[in-house]
Write a protein that binds this ligand. Structure first.
Ligand code: MG
Length: 399
């Protein structure tokens, strides 16, 4: 008798700034369940409906062991595919099924992938500040805690502050000046490099805030500071420009957190136009496609750097870590330094020591959820502000 899916539940919670979506797959075996991350923080209620109203009825009664078949059928069951919301829902179910398979096997998921190639995953963390001295102070503090890979950002995404030269009557919003951002950020990176020395690896996230030709210049100008990587130098809509960047600089390039579809990453990999794939595993469809992309990228000398901010849930971070300790072409893992509350809410949440993230040896993903505690921190019904991004003249821009 196969073990079957008896229920698929979306659990929404907000232990901190980010609204999270956790999938819990219940099974016909008493006490056996799986957890997955389906977080799309700006659209949590749409993902909840996709899971409970659309995926659950399709999945109930299916054999939990048939992960690949379930993934393939889930991707085409709605006919229209490869988009946000539905991909998040499928990602959560997929991770939960891997969790279940690991529990049934009595093994951590990294064992099912092929076993460890390393004991722990090196992580990078974020240093921020209103000016370059504050960023350097923040970076030094992280180095003292044992981190050796630091992402440096001046102010929020897009730079140090709000430009004052907007026209009369311009609407409220999250203003930035792309060219001022590029100038100030180069000065900041030069300063931080001189402060922390050459031994520490620096990273920077453009967050698609530059016009393509300005991104080309930025990648050239920043080359001398030897970044570990430059992230999202271009928007997904502008990936045709990666070839131009590549021809003009040796700055390592990381891309992919906004990707939904193989159409977006395939040619960047086969043409060796980037150095790190960093898709959001809880968005691209879960562990099943991430495993395939890691193996595919390895053939082209491209490493992994899965997206790991605060709007990936702790369950998603656990899933990332299983890929990290397995993948021969692992590069780096983004890490967000969870709160005490998150460690309490998600028992088994991996821990960092001296710049490395360590998995535990529990079966499955090795992470659990205190559902009562999660439900006592419900998601706020807010209209996101920071993604209402505007250029100096008031025109809308990508966040
Ligand atoms: Mg990013």
């Amino acid at each position: 008798m196969p073990v079957t899916i008896t229920g698929v539940e979306a659990i929404l919670t907000q232990p901190g700034r980010s609204r999270l979506v956790i999938v819990k797959v219940h099974t016909s075996e008493p006490g056996l369940y799986g957890l997955g991350c389906a977080t799309f923080t700006q659209r949590v209620f749409a993902v909840e409906a996709a899971i409970e109203r659309h995926l659950a009825p399709f999945l109930i009664g299916r054999d939990v062991d048939r992960i690949e078949e379930i993934w393939q059928m889930s991707m085409v069951h709605g006919y229209w595919r490869n988009g946000p919301v539905l991909n998040n829902a499928i990602s959560g179910v997929d991770q939960a099924l891997w969790d279940i398979k690991g529990k049934r096997a009595g093994m951590p998921v990294y064992q099912l992938l092929g076993g460890m190639t390393r004991q722990a995953a090196a992580v990078y963390v974020h240093a921020e500040g209103a000016d370059r001295n504050a960023v350097a102070d923040s970076a030094r503090g992280l180095v003292e805690q044992g981190f050796r890979h630091i992402r440096v950002q001046l102010g929020g995404y897009g730079g140090p502050g709000t430009p004052q030269h907007r026209p009369e009557g311009a609407p409220e919003g999250n203003y930035f000046d792309p060219r001022e951002y590029a100038r100030a950020t180069l000065e900041m990176i030069e300063h931080v490099r001189s402060e922390v020395g050459d031994e520490i690896e620096l990273l920077h996230d453009v967050h698609e805030r530059l016009a393509p030709i300005d991104a080309v210049r930025f990648a050239k100008d920043v080359e001398q500071y030897r970044l570990f990587f430059l992230e999202d130098a271009l928007a997904p809509e502008d990936i045709g420009w990666f070839k131009t960047i590549r021809q003009q600089s040796a700055t390592p390039l990381a891309m992919g957190e906004l990707f939904n579809s193989p159409h977006e990453w395939r040619d960047l990999i086969t043409n060796r136009l980037i150095d790190f794939v960093r898709m959001h595993v809880s968005q691209m469809g879960g562990l099943t496609p991430a495993r395939n992309v890691a193996a595919f990228a390895a053939m082209y000398g491209i490493r992994t750097a899965w997206h790991g901010p605060g709007d990936t849930s702790p369950v998603g971070h656990a899933a990332n870590l299983h890929l990290d300790v397995w993948a021969p072409n692992f590069g780096i893992q983004e890490w967000y330094r969870p709160s005490e509350l998150e460690y309490e809410m998600f028992p088994g949440l991996p821990e960092v020591r001296n710049g490395y993230l360590y998995p535990n040896d529990r079966p499955g993903l090795g992470i659990d959820l205190d559902v009562d505690l999660a439900r006592s921190h419900p998601c706020e019904e807010i209209v996101e502000q920071w993604t209402q991004t505007r250029l100096p003249d008031g025109g809308p821009a990508r966040p």
